[in-house]
Design a protein around this ligand. Structure first.
Ligand code: AQP
Length: 336
């Protein structure tokens, strides 16, 4: 990392290794992460500790963590410009998470919508980690004294929680953490399921037709868009109640840079079939370089591991400064 990079404002974000990234992860997050590298000092991590809140076959988790790391690189995150690491490789996260869990109140954790949603989705495994993960997430952010955290509409509550905990800690123990601000990317798109366009597209969705994986082959992508749920009208226009079409227009706009009005004009008088085919082709074209780069990267596991180790080393060094400060502030005994 150059000196110029170090002077830039810090942005931090993570992604869980719960499956191959979807077009939603890509258009809503990772594509923007790649663009932010020029203007900010970016720290990106694979949130494998967070993924433990949901049961996944351990072999699969391990494999998906390596894949997720390679996917970030394939999406253009450059280890020369940004810090990329795996959360569990940096032990400061778990310790800071515990310190902050002890500053988090039961009531505020109970109000987190993600806890309510995930408990409803996995009633057989409502574990304590699912409940306290906002404290771990607050630690992820505060350890690096991040200036900004990119937030989607579903994540503002986490940022508020982080700011509340940081304010409380600073008030009780003295100035320790920088209060992060939300960063709202200009081009952030919220991508919905292709089969149920009122729910967001998710990696862990079990219906393969509902999601576009960023590694899907061109013909698969085109087929999935052909099958996307729309409505019984004929007009390609962004309007309340046309969830399926609105979603396809959002995707097409994010990939081509065309405005919604231009898209309506482009497909005036044409049927949904033509529109769906155009969206499929544009998305397949956008993802082609990612797919190719990913295949190349996965062919050299030793290099991926070298980059993982390099990232972990730098992240440990940076985050240890804040952790040591916090340890001292709360009165943990530190030997000389
Ligand atoms: N459908 C989406 N549209 C736009 N952005 C999205 N993100 C996720 N889905 C969409 C953004 O991707 C980043 C990483 O998300 P994550 O993996 O940490 O967790 P998530 O939001 O729970 O993503 P998934 O795909 O839905 O994972 P699972 O299925 O494991 O729960 C975040 O910035 C998120 O906003």
């Amino acid at each position: 990392m150059s000196e110029a990079q170090e002077k830039k404002k810090i942005i931090l974000s993570g992604i869980q290794p719960t499956g191959v990234f979807t077009l939603g992860n890509y258009l809503g997050a990772v594509k923007n992460w790649q663009q932010m590298q020029e203007d900010y000092q970016c720290y990106y991590f694979i949130a494998d500790l967070h993924s433990l809140t949901v049961h996944i076959d351990p072999k699969l988790r391990k494999q998906q963590s390596l894949q997720a790391f390679a996917l970030l690189l394939a999406c253009g995150i450059d280890p020369e410009k940004s810090l990329i690491f795996v959360q569990s490789h940096v032990p400061t996260h778990a310790e800071m998470g515990w310190i902050l869990a002890c500053c988090s109140q039961f009531g505020e954790l109970s109000r987190m919508t993600q806890f309510k949603d995930k408990s409803a989705k996995h009633p057989e495994n409502i574990n304590a980690g699912l409940f306290t993960y906002p404290s771990l997430m607050a630690g992820d952010i505060l350890l690096y004294q991040a200036d900004y955290v990119p937030v989607g509409a579903d994540q503002t509550q986490h940022l508020e929680f982080t700011r509340d905990i940081a304010t409380r800690f600073n008030h009780v123990y003295g100035e320790t953490f920088k209060l992060p601000e939300g960063y709202f990317p200009k081009l952030g798109a919220r991508v919905m399921s292709l089969q149920e366009p009122t729910s967001k597209m998710s990696k862990s969705d079990t219906n393969p037709n509902a999601t576009i994986s960023i590694l899907d082959e061109e013909n698969v992508i085109i087929k999935k868009f052909k099958r996307a749920v729309t409505d019984s009208e004929m007009e390609v226009v962004f309007r309340e109640g046309k969830d399926g079409i609105n979603n396809l227009m959002t995707i097409y706009s994010a990939v081509t840079g065309k405005s919604l009005d231009d898209i309506t004009s482009e497909f005036a008088g044409k049927g949904y079939g033509d529109f769906k085919a155009a969206v499929g082709e544009a998305v397949a074209e956008e993802l082609r370089p990612v797919r190719e780069k990913y295949a190349e990267l996965m062919g050299d596991k030793a290099e991926l591991e070298r980059l993982m180790k390099q990232g972990a080393e730098i992240a440990t060094k940076i985050s240890s400064r804040t952790l040591t400060k916090a340890r001292k502030k709360v009165g943990l005994y530190i030997t000389k």
